[in-house]
Design a protein around this ligand. Structure first.
Ligand code: FAD
Length: 371
């Protein structure tokens, strides 16, 4: 009998698990290694929610990749037997007088994607819990919504194990891409025909060749419970401002409302103490106060510190480290929505090497259609 090819994946976040899911379908025997059982609450993938939207500024490659992302999620929902997504629509508002909202509108228009331009008065009339103060430009997109991230990671981990993958809990100390081998803290080694390193914001310390391009970035998010049920049907809000702006994830499917900011801290390491400083929480709330007049009446449910792995131009790094080793990195706070499709494309490149050459540029957001 022909032996199945083997894959060793470091990291059981959305990238490692999605790649495992797709490699299993390609006939690989898959061994995942993670320092904690999935869903690891310290991982970049694990929180109540992550957003998916076509609104992508001037980055048209990523805007178009969102279509591929939705198709891949549909394939995953079919395998999981449940759809862990809530459509909310997207409201983008700008008080800087231009830039990102304008670029996004031109990109949406060029592709004929449904969206509606709004004035400040229309924003305030249609979403009465928001203030239109200072808004110079705005649009609403009906497509876009909330991926229930933690539930997706948990369900995907159960699914790949049911399909025969092994998830080992252990910490990698060293990676040897040339030998497709990982050395664990215990000194034991693991090896396979192909190695995938999908270790999220821990990668810069594990792979010096990636550290030159990717930086771990500490980000604080604040969780609130609004007093009004009107928020249950609110769109995601992307608020752009000179000071950097913020986003709001609506409280769908029993989750809290979440506020985060758009600015990368580029500070810290994911193993550092993660207790949010009250000043960090106050800074996030201050960004949103003028837009949400009733925010002081919201119950504070807490705050959390998460980590991005930031590439300077926010371009993903899915590249070969060696003939039989790949890295997935640089997801810069916008990777989750593409998890399923990136896993599928990397598995295809591994199983069918004629697809390998075009993958890095496509993953980096270039408008290249892979063969
Ligand atoms: C606050 C926040 C908001 C975000 N919002 C969005 C959004 O709205 N939309 C969107 O698309 N994306 C968003 N993102 C980005 C997205 O969540 C990430 O890009 C994505 O989850 C990265 O997945 P990953 O699998 O690469 O990393 P991770 O989920 O971090 O997985 C890496 C895994 O590797 C393991 N690991 C690391 N080092 C070792 C080691 N030495 N030994 C063993 N195991 C190890 C870790 O334990 C971890 O489980 C957001 C991220 C954050 C933090």
């Amino acid at each position: 009998m022909e032996k199945r090819p083997t894959a060793l994946i470091l990291g059981a976040g959305i990238m490692g698990l999605s790649t495992a899911w797709a490699l299993l379908r390609e006939g690989f025997a898959v061994h995942l290694l993670d320092q904690a059982p999935p869903p690891n609450p310290q991982g970049a993938s694990v929180d109540h929610h992550r957003l998916i939207r076509h609104a992508y500024g001037a980055q048209r490659g990523y805007m178009r990749m969102v279509d591929d992302a939705y198709a891949a999620w549909d394939r995953l929902w079919a395998d999981l037997g449940e759809r862990l997504y809530v459509e909310s629509g997207v409201l983008a508002v700008d008080d800087t007088g231009g830039g990102w909202v304008r670029d996004t509108r031109s990109a949406l228009r060029a592709d004929g994607r449904a969206h509606e331009d709004l004035t400040a008065a229309q924003v305030a009339a249609r979403f009465p819990y928001l203030s239109g103060e200072g808004i110079t430009d705005a649009f609403y997109c009906p497509t876009g919504g909330v991926l229930l991230a933690e539930r997706i990671v948990a369900a995907l981990a159960r699914h790949v194990v049911a399909q025969g993958a092994v998830i080992e809990v252990g910490r990698a100390r060293e990676i040897d891409p040339d030998r497709a081998t990982i050395t664990l803290d215990s000194g034991a080694t693991r090896t396979a025909d192909v190695l995938v390193v999908a270790a999220g914001p821990w990668i810069p310390r594990l792979l010096p060749q990636v550290a030159r391009r990717v930086t771990a970035s500490r980000q604080v998010v604040v969780r609130l419970q609004p007093p009004s049920d009107a928020w249950l049907s609110a769109p995601m809000l992307l608020d752009l401002a000179e000071a950097g702006g913020f986003y709001i994830v609506p409280p769908v499917a029993g989750t809290p409302l979440k506020i985060g900011d758009h600015t990368f801290s580029r500070q810290g390491h994911p193993d550092d103490d993660r207790t949010p400083d009250p000043r960090e929480v106050e800074r996030i709330l201050a960004l949103a106060r003028h837009r949400i007049p009733g925010i002081e009446g919201f119950s504070r449910l807490g705050a959390a510190t998460c980590f991005y792995d930031v590439e300077p131009d926010e371009r993903f790094v899915i590249e070969k480290l060696a003939p039989h080793a790949w890295v997935m990195s640089g997801f810069s706070g916008h990777g989750f929505k593409f998890g399923a499709v990136l896993g599928e494309r990397l598995a295809r490149a591994i199983a069918h090497p004629q697809h390998a050459a075009s993958l890095p540029a496509w993953a980096a957001g270039d408008e290249v259609i892979p063969a």
